[in-house]
Design a protein around this ligand. Structure first.
Ligand code: AMP
Ligand code: MG
Length: 419
């Protein structure tokens, strides 16, 4: 059994940032690129019509030199081009193509005259017909996005260090990057042990308990931006737990709950040992959360370790241990700065009595409010380590130091915020 501060320090010193990972583009949303993205194409990839209209030669439509209004020109329409259509037909003087936005400009064409400039309208104007055009605002090369105007093949369009937001993801997609090298998304395998557990879709029979830890821990991992890998429930049988643990050790972190205290069926520490996981600590002076187990699988050869947490089965204990131990490990693996490793803390005034424990620090769910600019913590009714209702209502956790005794209303206490 070790002290809480020592346990947290051990978690921090055992964790180190994961190396960047090649990942599918969409997995990297919100993450920082470790390597730049180089495009395999020009953008636009070819001269692209930017209006619905007629692809023409400049000279056919340009205003009369020095003249006031442009003349009306009459051109033969030789081809119809929708987006996706291509043609070998060459647009020569005196002819044009009817063209839609997004189609490649046909060879020889230099500009697009918008449909609105067809003086007799465009109903029935198609290949084989003629069109009369008058464009008072005509400029040579108008309404055409030129090949490579935005970027060129071989260009680095996203530099290393860029955070991938929606626009960057779109740009990377345009550049042909199906995968990128970016900050790793921490993969967290989540396993529950207990022969009494059933899924939350089931009506528990007498003696059975719904698995709340699985969804809860997966949610906690998702909220940190990690990838939860749910491994489901293993019964309290060594073979079942061993097989699931072996699977979970492929992840960056294995979060297991249940079976880590001292009962006959608390098989987990021994199974971790058999699977080659080194224990860093087991049992911490803390309430709730005393049975917590922490260790690592050392892989060597430059491969990152897998961090392994055995969390208590009681859901409230499991979540308190997640916040105190798993959160900092996760943040360190994800490469986040030190000020994000832990939930923030503040001093608050108690609005009602709270009881400490003689031998270990106690964490109690509370409401938080402000009175006269000061923070006030109100302890919530709470039946203890299996009571999630109290935690769900809480906006903070009162952290009382070991030493027993009562903290009266009006006493200053430390609270964990943003719970
Ligand atoms: P254990 O840590 O395995 O001794 O379990 C302690 C208590 O937590 C027991 O009442 C278990 O039934 C309960 N428990 C264990 N795992 C879960 C879980 N995944 N969801 C809800 N309760 C659980
Ligand atoms: Mg159990």
């Amino acid at each position: 059994m070790i002290d809480l501060a020592e346990a947290i320090a051990l978690v921090e010193s055992t964790s180190s940032p994961l190396p960047p990972r090649r990942q599918r583009l969409l997995e990297a949303v919100g993450r920082r690129l470790a390597a730049g993205v180089v495009t395999d194409c020009d953008s636009p990839p070819w001269d692209r019509a930017m209006m619905d209209g007629f692809a023409v030669r400049n000279a056919d439509v340009a205003a009369v030199p020095g003249g006031a209004a442009p003349a009306v020109v009459e051109l033969d329409v030789v081809v119809d081009l929708a987006a996706g259509d291509v043609t070998q037909l060459v647009i020569r003087d005196g002819v044009c193509a009817r063209i839609m936005t997004g189609a490649p400009l046909p060879p020889g064409a230099e500009a697009v005259v918008p449909v609105e400039c067809a003086v007799d309208g465009t109903a029935g104007v198609h290949a084989g017909g003629r069109v009369r055009l008058s464009d008072p605002r005509f400029r040579a090369g108008q309404h055409v996005a030129r090949q490579g105007a935005a970027f060129r093949r071989g260009q680095e369009v996203l530099a290393g260090g860029t955070v991938l937001r929606a626009a960057e993801i779109g740009l990377a997609a345009e550049a042909g990057a199906t995968h990128v090298v970016a900050e790793p998304r921490v993969r967290v395998a989540i396993l529950q042990t207990g022969s009494e557990l059933v899924g939350c879709d089931r009506e528990p029979a007498f003696g059975q308990t719904r698995n709340s830890n699985g969804p809860m821990l997966a949610a906690a991992v998702s909220l940190l931006g990690g990838e939860p890998i749910p491994l489901g429930i293993a019964a309290d049988k060594p073979e079942a737990i061993r097989a699931a643990v072996a699977q979970g050790l492929a992840a960056d972190v294995l979060l297991l709950s249940g079976g880590v205290s001292a009962g006959d069926l608390d098989l987990v520490p021994e199974i971790f040992r058999q699977c080659g996981v080194e224990q860093v600590f087991h049992k911490v002076r803390l309430k709730p959360g005393k049975p917590v187990w922490f260790g690592r699988l050392v892989r060597g050869a430059g491969e990152p370790d897998t961090l392994v947490f055995g969390l208590p089965g009681n859901p409230a204990s499991s979540l308190v241990c997640f916040e105190l131990f798993v959160r900092p490990a996760f943040q360190i693996l994800a490469g986040r700065p030190r000020d994000q490793w832990h939930l923030p803390r503040a001093t608050a005034v108690l609005s009602a009595v709270a009881k400490a424990a003689p031998d270990r620090p106690v964490y109690l769910p509370c409401r938080l409010g402000h009175v006269d600019g000061g923070l006030v913590a109100t302890p919530l009714p709470w039946t203890g380590s299996s009571d999630l209702l109290g935690l769900a209502e809480a906006r903070g956790l009162i952290a009382l130091p070991a030493g027993g005794g009562r903290f009266e209303a009006g006493a200053e206490v430390e609270v964990v915020l943003r719970w």
